[in-house]
Design a protein around this ligand. Structure first.
Ligand code: OOB
Length: 558
């Protein structure tokens, strides 16, 4: 990669669309760097960001972002470069991200659960020049991952650790030192300003086909979604937004997430764990008013709050739930048990986000996943031939609009598959739309497993399984799960001697993948189907195997 020319990261809408979105006032020419500067001027001494050890005012966050930007440039990174950000829910996450924005360098967001395989893919596809991580954590050594990454991709020249200088691995640059080295360095805004139409960062796709694709979002489009989300969700200067889900995920980042909270001049509180034992104390201490959860976490919170509550969480006004389907049965329990308003959120890193509104009647909040942010979000619900289905009938959701991407980064084949010729994004979701425009998610057309909101590509895991010497063929399918929503099951035709299920799980771990991708279940079979091999598609095969397993387990329960 190091000798390859850097491919610019761009996201473009056709001129007539861009003009319309500007004229409608969606794209206002804002950038994230300037946004934080303005908030720092207005709210200088108000607290912007809180974690277990830190309370930073807006002025402090702003100054820190400047210092990070200057340090990055002094280290030799340039506007337009890419840096993989692999950090837990700590204050430094936003210091680093805003520092990158200010320097015009694009963060590439990895989830903390990601391991070398995912990080290498993100770094390779983005042609990253840097990697920012948190050193040794309780259960994982990111220094080791950084070393491996640099040996595989020498183009990743800059490794920065947010650990204090004394604890930092001497092979890498401590963030403190980076900042000290940048003193006096001019920021790029002085000579090559960031444009609102520039890509601000790269987000990873949930991915249904193999490895994650990279999603470039512009300042203009993302700030529009963040600003409107903050409005729709009623954030204001006195709101306190809790990031309980992984900070790098699009939901707690922008729907309205931490960025929406900063936009509103509100306070962001970070929790490293979303479990009630930890987080209820944080809510009590910080008087949190709003947070976002995935359905399995909501279940745990409901259980904890229904028992004898150990903490006063009455400051909470709204709990958002999204990332995976929330059943009406669970949705109904939110208000009586937790004493808060429920807001359903159905979004995707590629763009479109739907919310139930805070003043919607219970029936809508419980039974739908909301309606789009923008009057200019175009939503089509079509059959497999692309023809619109009658209103209220299930169909494939296609969308385009002022904050939905038109292309992935440098991936022509994925772009050809994922977008129609007239620029609609094929979400892969099956939805019904009500006459009022509310969407209810019915399922998915493509093969990813949505395990508690974390997306797993069946194809990606199958490829790793096929690399095992005792695997002849493999199909990974999703199985309904009471708690997780869906769990993963690997069907395997052994090659010669049958391996143990444990060995298969260990194999997936050894391939350097996130733990959530390890199959929950492994089933060995002699053949996949009665139908002659090659006669049915992979997709049909997965559906068939999933149905067989469910029928078998239902049989056992009776
Ligand atoms: C969010 O973003 P991604 O990119 O991790 O995943 C998007 C996919 C959607 O296409 C859909 O399949 C599923 O996640 N999904 C839901 C859902 N919210 C997302 N399925 C059913 N019900 C929901 N409420 O997951 C995401 C991004 C921004 C805000 C919220 C979630």
């Amino acid at each position: 990669m190091s000798t390859d020319a850097l491919i610019p990261v761009v996201q473009q809408w056709p001129d007539d669309f861009a003009k319309r979105y500007r004229e409608a006032g969606y794209w206002r020419g804002e950038t994230f760097g300037a946004m934080l500067r303005e908030r720092a001027a207005k709210y200088a001494n108000r607290i912007a960001l809180v974690d277990d050890k830190t309370r930073w005012t807006y002025a402090e966050l702003d100054a820190r972002a400047d210092a990070v930007a200057a340090g990055l440039l002094a280290a030799g990174l340039k506007k337009g470069d890419r840096v993989v950000v692999h950090l837990p829910n700590i204050a430094e996450f936003y210091e680093v991200v805003f520092g990158l924005f200010r320097a015009g360098i694009l963060p590439v967001y990895c989830l903390l659960a990601h391991r070398i395989t995912e990080v290498e893919n993100a770094a390779a596809v983005s042609q990253a020049a840097g990697y920012i991580m948190a050193g040794r954590r309780d259960d994982f050594d990111f220094n080791g991952l950084a070393r491996e990454l640099q040996s595989r991709l020498p183009a990743v020249k800059h490794v920065i650790t947010v650990e204090p200088r004394e604890q930092a691995d001497p092979a890498f640059t401590a963030l403190d030192d980076l900042k000290a080295d940048g003193k006096g360095q001019p920021l790029p805004d002085d000579h090559a300003p960031t444009l609102p139409s520039d890509a601000a960062f790269l987000q990873l796709s949930g991915g249904s086909t193999g490895l994650s694709k990279l999603i470039p979002r512009t300042h203009d489009d993302y700030i529009y979604s963040v600003r409107e989300s903050a409005n729709i969700c009623g954030l204001h200067e006195d709101s306190v937004y809790l990031v309980a889900l992984p900070a790098a995920h699009n939901f707690p980042m922008s729907s309205p997430g931490a960025l929406g909270a900063f936009y509103a001049g509100a306070r962001v509180v970070l929790s490293q764990s979303p479990s009630p034992e930890h987080v209820f104390a944080v809510i009590e201490r910080e008087r949190v008013t709003m947070t976002g959860l995935v359905p399995p976490l909501l279940l745990v919170w409901l259980q904890a709050a229904a028992g004898k509550p150990s903490h006063d969480i009455s400051s909470l006004e709204v709990i958002q739930v999204g990332g995976a389907k929330l059943t009406p049965e669970i949705a109904r329990r939110v208000k009586p048990v937790l004493g808060v308003k429920l807001q359903q959120v159905f979004g995707m890193a590629e763009g479109l986000v739907n919310y139930t509104r805070l003043d919607d009647p219970d029936d809508i909040v419980i039974n739908t996943q909301g309606r789009p942010i923008s009057p200019d979000d175009e939503v089509l619900v079509v059959d497999d031939q692309g023809n619109p289905v009658p209103e209220g009938e299930p169909g494939n959701l296609l969308t385009r609009g002022p904050y939905t991407i038109r292309a992935y980064h440098n991936n022509p084949s994925a772009n050809a598959r994922s977008f129609t010729e007239d620029g609609f994004y094929r979400t892969g979701d099956i939805v019904r739309r009500s006459p009022e425009g509310y969407l209810t998610v019915q399922g998915r057309a493509n093969d990813h497993i949505n395990r508690a909101g974390e997306k797993i590509s069946a194809e990606e895991i199958e490829d790793h399984l096929l690399a095992h010497p005792q695997v002849f063929d493999a199909a990974v399918v999703s199985i309904p799960d009471e708690y997780l929503g869906e769990r993963s099951c690997a069907f395997i035709i052994p090659n010669g001697e049958k391996p143990k299920a444990m060995e298969i799980k260990r194999w997936i771990r050894s391939r350097g993948l996130a733990e959530f991708k390890v199959p929950d279940q492994v089933v060995f079979v002699e053949q996949f189907s009665e139908t002659a091999v090659g006669k049915i598609s992979r997709k049909e095969l997965r559906a068939k195997l999933s149905a067989q397993l469910q029928a078998a387990s239902n049989g056992e329960q009776q």
